[in-house]
Design a protein around this ligand. Structure first.
Ligand SMILES: [Zn+2]
Length: 150
């Protein structure tokens, strides 16, 4: 798919805590802190469906539910961050823990979300489509990941 002129975008939000164990101790993100995340999901197609939609916005409600159930108000822990895994699971009375297979950077969260959205959307859309997920951790900073299914 070279061009996909039609795009819909829907915005989602969740709050979570994390840390980035892969950065040095003099980097503030080494330590547990939180963000009010904004997640923009864009779906693009070459042509519209019989309703003249890329897809119905309500078809993206699954992602709202996914974020609310799996990520909102959780401590996001990279599965290889042994220290935080240990602390989190020893204190489940104060942490709602979400273990993820990637480090919780905007870049890797965008990839994780884009792959998930793509897998669900692929059951709805038979035509060529593109998914772009942008994860904002502040008003100024974001990262995007794009998948294409042709
Ligand atoms: Zn952060």
């Amino acid at each position: 798919m070279s061009t996909a002129p039609h795009t819909v975008k829907r915005r989602f939000m969740f709050s979570a805590a994390h840390r980035l164990p892969q950065v040095d101790e003099d980097h503030k993100c080494h330590y547990v802190h939180g963000h009010n995340y904004t997640v923009d999901v864009e779906i693009s197609t070459v042509s519209l469906d019989e309703r003249n939609f890329v897809l119905d916005f309500k078809d993206l409600e699954f992602f709202e539910e996914f974020l609310r159930n799996e990520f909102d108000h959780k401590l996001l822990v990279w599965e290889k961050d042994e220290k935080l895994v240990q602390v989190a699971f020893q204190n489940t009375d104060i942490f709602k823990v979400k273990v993820i297979p990637v480090t919780p950077t905007c870049e890797e969260l965008a990839e994780l979300f884009a792959l998930y959205v793509t897998s669900v959307i692929s059951t709805m859309l038979s035509k060529d489509f593109k998914v772009r997920v942008t994860v904002w951790e502040s008003d100024k900073s974001c990262a995007s990941y794009e998948t294409k299914l042709t």
